[in-house]
Design a protein around this ligand. Structure first.
Ligand code: SF4
Length: 290
């Protein structure tokens, strides 16, 4: 574990400033010449459906944990269009911009669709495509070597998202208990643990809320409308249409703040003082639900 920062520094040293500038220039250059990149006809916005039979397949979007139900339109085995499934309670027939871009993402020439094994030094983009068997054997050989030389607890799992569960099983079988989820700690972790300790059950995600029908919505520590939480964003729009009182606590004038009756731009780090003050008023003035 203690070697990780050193290794990172070594990689950064190899990735010299000159090399970094070359990569940056190439990236921005790609943006600059974007208009010269040929557009795949079937991906162009507003393109007509291709001739022939189009098959529709009910599936879901895997681009985030919301897992919106969608309908894939497929012709000759090629994805042509992806849209929300109106029967799905999560998408209700609509997708966020990320889900709507599914066809472009699927056929993106830069999308990594095969396992790659590094062939050159770290910091150089030199890889070879291999089969899944080769990739898994490669990882297994290295993990066995590490376990034999340093013990299985000498590595750690840094995890995020649903897919991490599979890796957790692997690590447990391997004999390693080191795992961390920094995104959980910074995002839904505190509220899940808080609910668990207070009510005996966590909230989970998506949270079982009724934003659409609330009369007063307080948003604190959330940027609803700028994230991809599809159903909640739709419900937020409904709450606004229903003339709910929206209160947004955010130092930034966010999208949600622009829809709020009260925007409270607290100083960063003072959220707790605000919440304690509210609780004090609720208790002192007996305003809570008795
Ligand atoms: S919220 Fe967007 S990215 Fe997430 S599953 Fe739904 S459509 Fe996909």
């Amino acid at each position: 574990m203690s070697q990780s920062p050193l290794r990172f520094e070594a990689v950064m040293e190899q990735l010299s400033r000159r090399r970094f500038l070359k990569i940056s220039a190439a990236t921005f250059g790609a943006g600059a010449v974007g208009s010269q990149i040929p557009v795949v006809p079937s991906l162009a916005m507003g393109s007509a459906p291709p001739a022939g039979k189009v098959e529709t397949i009910a599936t879901y979007c895997e681009m985030c944990f919301w897992k919106c139900g969608g309908i894939a339109h497929v012709r000759d085995g090629k994805l042509w269009k992806f849209e929300g499934n109106p029967l799905d309670p999560m998408s209700r027939g609509r997708l966020c911009p990320r889900g709507t871009a599914a066809v472009g993402t699927h056929y993106d020439p830069d999308r990594i669709s095969k396992p790659l094994i590094r062939t050159g030094e770290r910091g150089k983009e030199e890889f070879k495509a291999v089969t899944w068997d080769e990739a898994l054997n490669h990882v297994a050989d290295r993990m066995k070597k590490i376990a034999a030389e340093h013990g299985p607890e000498s590595i750690a799992l840094w995890k995020h998202g649903t897919g991490a569960r599979f890796f957790e099983h692997v690590m447990r079988a391997y004999g390693c208990i080191n795992k961390g989820a920094p995104s959980f700690a910074q995002c839904r972790g505190p509220r899940d643990i808080g609910y668990l300790l207070t009510y005996g059950t966590g909230l989970g995600s998506p949270e079982p809320t009724d934003i659409a029908n609330t009369k007063c919505l307080v948003l604190i520590g959330t940027h609803l409308g700028e994230n991809m939480h599809n159903t909640q964003v739709q419900e937020f729009a409904e709450a606004i249409a229903n003339k709910a009182t929206i209160i947004v606590v955010d130092p930034r004038y966010s999208v949600a703040a622009s829809k709020a009756k009260y925007w409270l731009p607290v100083k960063p780090g003072t959220d707790m003082a605000l919440v304690l003050a509210w609780m004090n008023v609720l208790v002192e003035e007996g305003l809570y639900d008795k």
